[in-house]
Design a protein around this ligand. Structure first.
Ligand SMILES: [Zn+2]
Length: 232
């Protein structure tokens, strides 16, 4: 058995039964798995770490407990819950939040967590932008709405971006305060709102970090190869 996330039903920590296997190399096996929750099939390539330790590798079906708790490691598994893309060239602290948001969003189980993580990513991004421009740490206590307004007033955030940022802020606020129907204040359409929050946050981050960095890299490359357009 392999305990993992099912790429079909998204069940987490679900026991997947080995229904077939064959050896690819001395330490590497291909396995065919059945999800204990939805019975759908997955396939995986596994490696037995006993081999690198100089021990004799075993057939993965010989284990009657979670083979990951044994000495097996997953090299690849299909299907895998789809992780949304994270924009490139993000500052580390912003990327950290987006990675977590992508993780919770992929499971589809905690939309409110996704929304709050997107909001944190956005807030951190705006602090980074403000800090870069003013070259001094921006005050941490400023509410997100006021920060968006201030950045827009300073011309650091285009009006369209400010609108998107404010939209995410609104989603995050509702989520944090449990506005809505459903149990625990979660709205029935939670996953859709999480999708929207993730999409809008990604767009704002692409405008703020990904695109300027891409332009900078392209310019650098053009300059180095001597094909850049000179204005002189
Ligand atoms: Zn499943």
């Amino acid at each position: 058995m392999l305990v993992w996330v099912c790429g079909h039903c998204k069940a987490e920590h679900v026991g997947m039964q080995l229904r077939g296997e064959y050896q690819i190399r001395s330490d590497t096996w291909a396995v065919f798995l059945e999800c204990g929750a939805c019975n759908a099939p997955s396939s995986a390539i596994l490696r037995d770490e006993r081999y690198v330790r100089g021990e004799r590798p075993r057939n993965p079906s010989a284990s009657d407990r979670d083979i990951l708790a044994d000495s097996w490691r997953i090299i690849s598994i299909h299907p895998t819950p789809k992780y949304p893309d994270i924009p490139d060239h993000l500052p580390t602290e912003v990327r950290n939040y987006m990675q977590q948001a992508a993780g919770t969003h992929a499971t589809g189980k905690a939309p409110d967590a996704t929304i709050m993580l997107c909001r944190s990513a956005l807030e951190t991004a705006l602090k980074v932008v403000e800090k870069e421009e003013t070259d001094k740490p921006s005050s941490d206590s400023l509410p997100l709405a006021a920060r968006i307004r201030r950045l827009t007033d300073k011309g650091l955030l285009a009006p369209a971006l400010a609108e998107w940022a404010d939209h995410v802020r609104g989603l995050g606020r509702d989520s944090a305060h449990g506005v809505g129907e459903g149990p625990f204040g979660a709205r029935p359409e939670g996953q859709e709102i999480a999708e929207e929050a993730y999409e809008f946050t990604s767009l704002v981050l692409e405008y703020l970090f990904t695109m300027p960095e891409r332009v900078r890299i392209a310019r650098e490359r053009a300059k180095n190869s001597g094909t850049g357009n000179s204005e002189e």
